[in-house]
Design a protein around this ligand. Sequence first.
Ligand SMILES: [Zn+2]
Length: 467
Amino acid sequence: MRRLLGLVLLAIVLAATALAQSSPEEKVPPGENDRSIAAVYSGVAERIVGAALVDDRASRRLEWLSDHIGNRLSGSPQLDLAIAWALREMERDGLENVHKEKAMVPCWVRGHESAELVSPTKRPLVMLGLGMSTGTPPEGITADVVVVRSFDELEAQGEKCKGKIVLYNAPFTSYGETVQYRVQGASRAAKLGAVAALVRSVTAVSLRSPHTGTLHYAEDQPRIPAAAITIEDAETLARLQARGERVRVTLKMEAKMLPDVESANVVAEVRGSERPDEIVLVGGHLDSWDVGTGSMDDGGGIAVSWEAVRLVKRLGLRPRRTLRVVLFTNEENGTRGALAYKDAHASELAKHVLAIESDSGVARPTGFGAGKAASPAARAAFKEIASLLRGLGADRIGEDGGGADIAPLMKEGVLGMELSADGSHYFDIHHTQADTFDKIDRTSLSMCSACMGVMAYIVADLPERVR
Ligand SMILES: [Zn+2]
């Protein structure tokens, strides 16, 4: 295995060297001995990739988190357990400066909930309340339903929404576009007098599975309860309405907000040998929704970020700069962990060389997305490092990238990057009861660890800081 990998990597190095010579714009500033990054680091990249592929620590870790702790919503005892577990295990790994950093997080509790079609026929609807939603009165809300496919259609309904339950039956285009109905739908409907909102789950694929996720209430609108229903049920209600039938639904939700509670980001390092004050950060979020076991979102992300740093330690490598892994808290409903990290590290943000987030799944890695702020020189360096991952099919550097947890850092000028993985099935299970460990492919997970390890280690070790 290692020999084969060696041959592949040798070929990659030769190809990369040839490429650097043939196209000057691809060339990075000359480093020590005027040798390319790929040439200097091919050996160490091979060691990291090899170690990642033969060691199943990351997948065993994720399996344990999934099966023993399960889902981990902010404010839940499970998230506290996960934080304590991560601290313990990182100490056991021999990582350095293992500690937690306090963050106050919202505490939203789902409670019992249900939705039922009561006219023109009676049948339960499969639903999940949206995170941060308010509840209904104990007897529920029973009202006629207005089905719309877009905000334009909502506006066209105008006054007709008054006293009704608005259902957004928006087909999935992209997550970024379609998620607006989940995030803003309740307040946009409330503005027109609606008493509750239902949202077709934000996914292209459904086996009658509802997808939760957070909503944001506008300050100036009444807070109405909101829930996700399945594509199948949304389409049923749409067909009934299209036939001119009176569609009535009863929605019952006990959801409520409790006072903020204390949580924490988990931090560990391999300290730099020459410039320990300069930092390359890798991370994901330890919290999850309160459904499934949060194995993909974002158990996978924290597993590969953590493993990247552990492998560096285990191989006895010590980069020039500090390699830091951060397991952020509360990404799903508040990003308070991300904000707390930014505040706690305000004085050293200028020393953050790069922040890499993994929060797009851990299927087969395809490379990385580098934030728009990356300079041509930085992009060229990233491309050259990624060329060392060509054997894994992960040598692509996308035009854009980031993540919710590193977004506050990027806003302050820190270079941001995301691990990119095959996303063709990511949203099938996103924020559902089906986000469980069986969806994790162990080999792909190892490959993701390898990619994170190679990129983070080399950026942390380059003689010249990437800017
Ligand atoms: Zn996530």
